[in-house]
Design a protein around this ligand. Structure first.
Ligand code: TXD
Length: 325
């Protein structure tokens, strides 16, 4: 019999734990391991679901030729020592359910998940995906003692990617040459910024007339709803998972990408004590910088209107969940 080789201890690969093994969670897990970026721990409240997905992904490993491990679990202990925690657990708004109900249910899911994860991964970056996004991101920060630089919400990358796709399709140019930029809350009041959208450095305002731009901006605002209508059950998950992957890569590879994300504002754009989508720099230490770009009076007004709506929902959620303001 061949003598076993002595065990060799190499530095651990980064670890990402994903809370919520639904469409976004499982697609994100697949993206992460197939890019060899990190080991993944996939957690869900439903017994068997994360274990089944993890096993399925592991059975594909030899074919996809990646070397990362996926573990499925219902136990928060298994998330210990993660570099990134993704929170994408929650329920979708069902017919007859009002805004208050959704805030309360998802608020409870998200805050409980964050508090449990913090016990095991106090130094991780927390990436929130659950809707309503800006409010859920605020609640994660508010109910833990995480630093503001360690909590970030994903929406701006997705909304910008949608705008990027619509611009590329309209002009018939490579998607790779197009840069979109969407700020504000994730919802009807998001703020696409055509002045800051470019094709190989050329602002789209030079390439399209105003009515075309307005049409693409509106399609971006309705981007989530357009997919819900087509799918009939569930909502978008491929582009959301890609958007989260893009952010996690920037963190784990310390790329310091400049991207729009929901970050904590402390006076920037005249806003305080709120998470809202603005450009930031994201690297291994988390949110390294919040950028204040020049906005016209009209754009500032629109950002403030978006912020007011997020603030109202934050206040409502804090009351619903009896969290001290
Ligand atoms: O731009 C963005 N931020 C978004 C947000 C883009 C796409 C999706 N967005 C939101 O993410 C969406 O509105 C939902 O709030 C979440 C997750 O969307 P997904 O499409 O993945 O939803 P699913 O498929 O219903 O999955 C949710 C999973 C499901 O497996 C549940 O069993 C699980 O969440 N869940 C829980 N896991 C752990 N712990 C608790 N308490 C729990 N409750 C539900």
């Amino acid at each position: 019999m061949t003598k076993p080789l002595t065990a060799c201890h190499i530095k651990n690969f980064p670890k990402v734990s994903i809370i919520g093994a639904g469409n976004v969670g499982k697609t994100l897990a697949q993206r992460i391991v197939e890019h060899n970026l990190a080991d993944v721990c996939l957690l869900d409240i439903v017994e068997g679901l994360p274990q089944g997905i993890a096993l399925d992904l592991m059975e594909a490993r030899g074919l996809e030729l990646h070397t990362r491990k996926v573990v499925g679990t219902n136990d928060y202990q298994d998330t210990a020592n993660s570099d990134v925690i993704v929170i994408t657990a929650g329920i979708a708004r069902k017919p007859g359910m009002n805004r208050e109900d959704l805030l309360k249910i998802n608020g409870k899911i998200v805050t409980e998940a964050a508090q449990k994860c913090v016990n095991y991964s106090p130094n991780a970056l927390y990436l929130v995906i659950t809707n309503p996004l800006d409010v859920m991101t605020y609640l994660v920060w508010k109910t833990t003692d995480l630093a503001t630089s360690k909590v970030v919400g994903m929406a701006g990358v997705l909304d910008s990617a949608r705008l990027q796709a619509f611009i590329a399709m309209e002009l018939g140019v490579s998607f790779n040459d197009v840069q979109g930029m969407v700020l504000g809350g994730h919802g009807d009041l998001m703020l696409p910024l055509p002045r800051y959208c470019t094709v190989s450095g050329i602002p789209i305002t030079e390439l399209m007339d105003e009515s075309t731009i307005n049409r693409l901006v509106q399609r971006t605002r309705d981007g989530g709803a357009e997919i819900v209508k087509l799918l009939k059950t569930g909502s978008a998950f491929y582009a959301p998972a890609s958007s989260a992957y893009y952010m996690i890569e920037s963190v784990l590879l310390n790329q310091s990408r400049l991207l729009p994300a929901a970050v904590y504002l402390q006076g920037e754009y005249g806003l305080n004590d709120i998470f809202l989508g603005v450009p930031c720099r994201l690297g291994y230490c988390g949110v390294e910088q919040v950028l204040e770009i020049n906005l016209t009076t009209k754009e500032i007004d629109a950002l403030q209107e978006s912020a007011r709506s997020v603030r109202d929902n934050i206040d409502l959620a804090l009351t619903q969940l009896t969290i001290n303001n």
